[in-house]
Design a protein around this ligand. Structure first.
Ligand code: PLP
Length: 389
């Protein structure tokens, strides 16, 4: 990432933490690493390191080490969780309950399960992007194999009522999974606060290595892994990438410390609020989506009425600013975000939304630059949309 560019897209990925980078550089410099499953000395040494990384992750999350499986991504963790719990449930439990705003990795896993005979129920959020706990729980009954609700949404940053949903699912003996990919490092992620049976993390969202993730599956959760192999206590087969696990453990410890101390999240919330206030002063019709609901401190999803978000995104990119749009590339075309559609936006409104997500390195000067760029680009994008440019 060039120093002169401004990264306002931390929900897509985050810069790697210096300690993690040093750890990986060191690992790449070594000519030979063992397979943690081998019984010889190299294998045993690798196994020790892997288990140490697992213990560190378990300590941060309040899990026991055996419950922590390393994966290759948040996408993989989400798919394994939903499918594993469905396949592990008895034949009378065919229902899968998730929210309509889950990440595509869960939507896709649910579609796959529907092909295998699951009855998939998707619960819509309110207009503010928050799923109502009672509406969600109304769908969770004795025929439910698994329920999944994300801790915070990646597009709006809106926090979901996962503590209550986890508690009630536990009372009803329904395995509950939460996608905590966007929360780690921004808020403490502790399983004694949100009593989920399963939880997913992704390393590159909190300064860890891309291609690393964690799936926690708590003891006594009925689970049949779709990835065979003895590794990871049978939860996720496949030879482990030990250094990625070590990098993830280090990043998670640092991120958890920041979240616990609260200074970084508080500073981010102040910068984000200042950013939104200044954009709205410049363009009073701009809406901050989910602002009325509890949000992660660093996310701002803004709607610019009458603008093609993609054109504005390109304008910002040319000005050296990375943000993200309310549309995602699907099958070569730009499809409006399923999250915004579920919140009641029309496709046109969804396509006028841009997401800005700040990070620990964001400072007031970066906010100044983005506000200035928007002052210049928004009128241009508006003229272009009216066919004047
Ligand atoms: N879940 C959420 C909420 C996400 O935001 C993302 C990535 O954007 C994922 C899952 C997928 O994580 P990964 O990029 O590690 O596959």
């Amino acid at each position: 990432m060039s120093a002169s560019r401004i990264h306002f897209d931390h929900n897509a990925t985050t810069p790697m933490r210096p300690g993690v980078r040093a750890l990986l550089e060191n690992a790449l410099g070594r000519p030979m690493e063992g397979n943690p499953s081998s019984v010889h000395a190299e294998g045993r040494s690798m196994r020790r390191r892997l288990e140490q990384a697992r213990e560190r992750v378990a300590r941060v999350l309040g899990a026991i080490p055996r419950e922590v499986a390393f994966t290759a991504s948040g996408t993989e963790g989400n798919a394994l969780a939903l499918m594993g719990a469905f396949l592990g449930a008895g034949p009378t439990r065919r229902r899968v309950v998730l929210s309509a705003i889950e990440h595509p990795s869960l939507q896709r896993a649910a579609d796959t399960l529907a092909k295998l005979g699951a009855e998939v129920v998707r619960v819509a959020p309110g207009r503010n992007g928050r799923v109502d706990a009672d509406a969600f729980l109304a769908q969770v009954d004795g025929t439910t194999a698994v329920a999944s609700l994300m801790w915070a949404n990646n597009e709006t940053g809106v926090l979901q009522p996962v503590d209550r949903v986890a508690r009630v699912c536990r009372e009803r003996a329904v395995p509950f999974h939460t996608d905590a990919v966007q929360v780690a490092g921004r808020r403490p992620v502790r399983l004694h606060e949100v009593d989920a049976a399963m939880l997913t993390l992704s390393g590159h969202k909190f300064g860890g290595p891309p291609g690393s993730g964690v799936l926690v599956v708590r003891r006594n959760t009925p689970f049949h892994s779709v990835l065979g192999g003895h590794q990871e206590d049978g939860l996720r087969g496949g030879t482990q990438a030990t250094w990625l696990a070590e990098g993830l453990a280090l990043a998670l410890e640092e991120a958890a410390q920041e979240a616990l101390q609260g200074e970084v999240p508080a500073a981010l919330a102040a910068l984000r609020d200042d950013f939104e206030a200044r954009v709205q002063r410049a363009f009073p019709d701009v809406l901050a989506l989910g602002a009325g609901a509890g949000r992660l401190p660093h996310v701002s999803m803004l709607e610019f009425p009458g603008i093609d978000g993609e054109a504005l995104l390109i304008g910002l990119d040319l000005a050296g600013i990375s943000a993200s749009s309310g549309a995602a590339c699907a099958s070569g075309t730009l499809a409006p975000s399923h999250v915004l559609l579920a919140m009641g936006h029309t496709p046109a409104r969804a396509q006028s939304c841009l997401r800005f997500s700040l990070g620990p390195e964001t400072d007031a000067a970066a906010v100044d630059r983005v506000v200035e760029a928007l002052r210049e680009q928004v009128p241009r994008a508006r003229d272009a949309a009216r066919g004047l440019a």
